[in-house]
Unconditional design. Sequence first.
Length: 168
Amino acid sequence: MAVSASENDRRYSGPKSGSTDARIDREYGFTYRTILFARRYRALLDEQLRPLGYGTARMEALSTIERSTEPSAQIAIAKRIGIEGPTLTRMLDTLEAEGLVVRRADPSDRRTKLIELTDDGRRALADIMDVAHAFRAQVLKDLTDTELDMVNKVTDKLLLGLSDGYGV
C-alpha cells in the first residue's frame, strides 16, 4: 500500500503543544492522532476502492442516500455528509450520469430535488461496502469488542460535544 506508517510513526505520540500543561499535551496528542488516523484510513480505503472506480467520497454519498428511509433532498444529504451543497451537486451530476442515482422534483416543492439510488446504484454500493467492510475488519482486527465499545462511546461523546458546542 502506498500510504504506510513506519515503526517510529506508530510509536509517535504526536507533536507537543508547547505548553507546560500535561492536559493540553494530552488533548493535543489526541487531536493529532485522531486526524492522522482519519487521513490514513481514508487514503488507504480510497486505494482499495480505486480498482472499482470509486472512492470514499462516493461511498459516503451513496451510503447516505441508501440509509434514508425515503428520498432525501440534496441539501439534507449534503448536511449529513458534511459538505457544501455545490460540492454534492457536482458529485450527483456524475452519479446520475453513471446511472447510480436519480433526481426527482419534490411534489410539495418543485424547486427541491429528491435523490434516490437506482438498482445499479444499490449494486455499486454493495460492491463498495464489501471492500470497505473487509478493509475495516483488517484495520480493527487487533481491538477487542470492549475496546471498540469504549472507542465508540468516547467518539459519540465527542461528536455530541461538537454538535452542542459548535453547531456542527
